[in-house]
Each structure stands twice: as structure tokens, then as C-alpha cells.
Design a protein around this ligand. Structure first.
Ligand code: PMP
Ligand code: GLU
Length: 391
């Protein structure tokens, strides 16, 4: 049977690599192998109880019907409250909306704005879904390499050089997946200075790891730093990482009210509102204090420090990440490329990691430290055993 029915440009669309490696690890696990899955970026903590309780209450109260497409008014108010409290961003309820995960926020924005051939600047290493989504909407990802030597950060002159009349978006993600890179206030002001000269360029700022910023680094939301450029910034966020709520699927964004109206209309033609019960949970999460979020942050930071320390006597090149919960390791001192390295490590020691090629940076692998202390300790042991076979 011919599958010509499939759009030619989508025939080769890859499955999300992070999810694919994780699925393979879980399959090996179900076959009885003792797999350590450090592939997927998913906090291992239970969702805090007060959030779960709010969802249970919502079910009991019959909050099980369609809601407003962009979320209930109460949720929108909670999102505005969060943006003001954490980010010094002042949005009214017509400037925010909720979606089924931050992934859908990004998807809605790119779907609603990209025309064939439009360019989107993506600093690399990048989260693999960025270029994939841009291509899905027939845009052109313009990858700007930001290697370890420049702390994985986009430099203003690189941004300036990458902008053309076709540029529609700059996608920023900090703390970054996979590198943990965090832009300082000064870095962001330098980026804003470039954007002032290019009024047609908008910024899609993915701040989903915001709360996982490790001192002395401080998180600043780029949208809060300049009123004029701020008009052209969509701030995207979600509860997956901050509140350990990956399965609940709740993301949100704030931006220009006309754009938010169109994003809402786009969403009304696809998934409608995010799950009503999840919305009740999200209200509790966003209106609650951030104590639990900071507790998670401190736990991740301690795990990362310990893990990096355990691997410090190898030839792996690892910098302490400034945020998020990944370590992005340069494996090039060993005689294997990143894909072969990840495959052999999974086959021989059952440790699942994602090859750097998926993030546009071969020569590296990404490990998620959102696993328990015990798992990380065991993983470090197995990795060292594996490295000994390569020496
Ligand atoms: N952005 C980045 C950088 C991510 O790593 C993730 C991971 N899932 C997302 C967005 C999407 O998160 P979610 O859809 O679970 O809210
Ligand atoms: N963002 C996570 C990761 O990078 C989850 C997987 C995904 O959504 O691609 O592992």
C-alpha cells in the first residue's frame, strides 16, 4: 500500500529522541533488565499532596466539563499572579492562556505565526522539539552554535548576524535543556539591545526550568527587562518541572493580547481546554507558596553536585550546570561517537542517556539527574565500569 497520503516533509519527522530513548529503556526494564533511565527529563518526586487534593476536590465538585478554551478565569488569575510574583511581569487575564503542557504552548505559537520559509533562530545545543516543530510548520530553523567555550550562551553579535528580513522568532530557553545554561541580567540586556534594532523579530522565551536556577545564578525573565521589546515577547512556562507534574499536562504563556486571542482560537480547533481537573490542581500549585519548588530545586542541586563529583576522576568533560537537572557531558576523550557511546552504555550497563546529536551537539551525551540518589550513585558506578572498557 502506498503511503503517499503522508505529507512528504513529515515522512522523515523523527520521534522525539528524548521520549524514544526513554521508551526503549522502559521496554528493556519490562523485559526484566535492571535499567537506569537517565534519558527523560522528568522529576522523580510525587506531585505535592495539596495539589492532588485540589484535583480530588474538583472531581467531587463536578468540575468535569469543558471550560473556557484558554483556561478558567480563576486559573488565568493564578497565572497572572505567578507572573507578577515570580517574574515581575504584569499581565491581565486577556494576556495569558493555559494549554496542555508547555509543549502545546510552543506548538500553538509556531503554528499561529509561521509561514513557509520564515526563519526561527535557535541557539544550539537546543531541545530537539524546537527545530522539529519549526519544520512541522514549514519554517526554517536557523541554528546558531553556542559551544561550551562560550558557556552555551548566545552572544549578541551572533544574534545580530543571524537575523534576516525573514526572521520571525528568536527562541530562548534558560535554564537550558540540555546544558543548564542561564543568561544573566546583563546577557539579556545585551540581547535586548540587538532586538531594538530589529523590530520585526519576536522572542519566544521558554522558562520552564525557571525555578531550577542554582545560586549564585539568578533567573530574570527577559520580558520584564524592557517595556518596548517586552511587547514582542511571549513568555512560556509550565508546571511539569517546577511542581513535578509532567503527567498532568499544564503549560501557560503570557503575551500580546491580540496574539493570545489567536492562540486561543487555534487551540479551540484542536484540543480545546486543558483538562479541567488539571486546571484545578494548577490553581492550587500557582497560588501556593514556592516552598516545595525550592525544596525540589535544592534536592536536584545536591544530586547534580554529587553526581558530577563521582565522575570527576574520569576523562569525561563535565561543567556544573547553572540550572535545570541535566548534565551535558563531553565524551569525546573516549574513542566513540556520542550515538555509539549511548548505545553501548545502554546495551552493556543498562544506563539510558541521550546522545548529544539529538540536541545538535555530537560529542556529548545528556544525563538527567532527576533520578534518586541511589540510582545516580549506581549509574555513576556503571558508567565508570563502562569507561574502563573504553580506555
Ligand atoms: N521546553 C523544554 C525546554 C523542555 O525541556 C520541556 C520538557 N518536557 C518542555 C518545554 C515541555 O514541557 P511540558 O510539555 O511537559 O510542559
Ligand atoms: N523535556 C523532557 C526531556 O527533554 C521531556 C521529554 C520531551 O518532552 O521531549 O527529556
Amino acid at each position: 500500500m502506498s503511503l503517499n497520503i503522508i505529507r512528504p516533509d513529515l515522512r522523515s519527522l523523527p520521534m522525539s529522541k528524548t521520549l524514544a530513548v526513554s521508551a526503549l529503556a522502559n521496554q528493556l526494564k519490562s523485559e526484566g533488565k535492571e535499567v537506569l533511565n537517565l534519558a527523560v527529563g522528568e522529576p522523580d518526586f510525587d506531585t505535592p499532596d495539596f495539589i492532588g487534593q485540589a484535583a480530588i476536590e474538583a472531581i467531587k465538585n463536578g468540575e468535569t466539563k469543558y471550560t473556557l478554551v484558554g483556561g478558567t478565569l480563576e486559573l488565568k488569575k493564578a497565572i497572572c499572579h505567578k507572573f507578577k510574583r515570580d517574574n515581575n511581569l504584569s499581565f491581565t487575564t486577556d494576556q495569558v492562556m493555559a494549554s496542555t503542557g508547555c509543549k502545546q504552548v510552543l506548538y500553538n505559537v509556531l503554528m499561529a505565526t509561521l509561514e513557509p520559509g520564515d526563519e526561527v533562530i535557535v541557539p544550539g545545543p537546543y531541545w530537539p522539539s524546537y527545530p522539529a516543530m519549526i519544520k512541522l510548520f514549514q519554517g526554517k530553523p536557523i541554528i546558531v552554535d553556542c559551544p561550551r567555550e562560550q558557556s552555551f550562551l548566545l552572544k549578541p553579535h551572533q544574534l545580530d548576524a543571524a537575523i534576516t528580513e525573514k526572521t520571525k522568532w528568536l527562541m530562548l530557553n534558560y535554564p537550558g535543556n540540555p546544558t543548564g545554561a542561564v543568561y544573566s541580567k546583563a546577557d539579556l540586556l545585551n540581547i535586548i539591545a540587538v532586538l531594538k534594532n530589529h523590530p520585526h523579530v519576536w522572542v519566544l522565551s521558554d522558562e520552564i526550568y525557571e525555578h531550577l536556577t542554582y545560586a549564585p545564578n539568578v533567573f530574570y525573565s527577559i520580558g520584564s527587562l524592557d517595556a518596548e521589546v517586552g511587547e514582542r515577547i511571549v513568555t512560556a512556562n509550565g508546571l511539569s518541572k517546577s511542581h513535578s507534574m509532567t503527567g498532568w499536562r499544564l503549560g501557560f504563556c503570557g503575551g500580546h493580547p491580540q496574539l493570545i486571542r489567536v492562540l486561543t482560537n487555534v487551540q479551540s480547533q484542536s484540543t480545546t481546554n486543558p483538562c479541567s481537573i488539571t486546571q484545578a490542581a494548577a490553581i492550587a500549585a500557582l497560588n501556593g507558596d514556592n516552598d516545595i519548588v525550592f525544596k525540589f530545586r535544592d534536592a536536584f542541586h545536591a544530586r547534580i553536585k554529587h553526581f558530577v563529583e563521582m565522575l570527576s576522576d574520569t576523562k569525561l568533560k563535565i561543567d556544573m550546570p547553572h540550572g535545570a537537572f541535566y548534565v551535558f557531558i563531553d565524551v569525546s576523550a573516549y574513542n566513540k561517537d556520542d550515538v555509539a557511546f549511548a548505545e553501548s552504555l545502554l546495551k552493556s550497563e543498562y544506563v539510558a542517556v541521550v546522545p548529544g546529536a539529538a540536541f545538535g551537539d555530537p560529542g556529548h551525551v545528556r544525563l538527567s539527574c532527576a533520578a534518586s540518589e541511589d540510582e545516580l550513585e549506581e549509574a555513576a558506578k556503571r558508567i565508570k565500569k563502562f569507561l574502563a572498557t573504553l580506555d
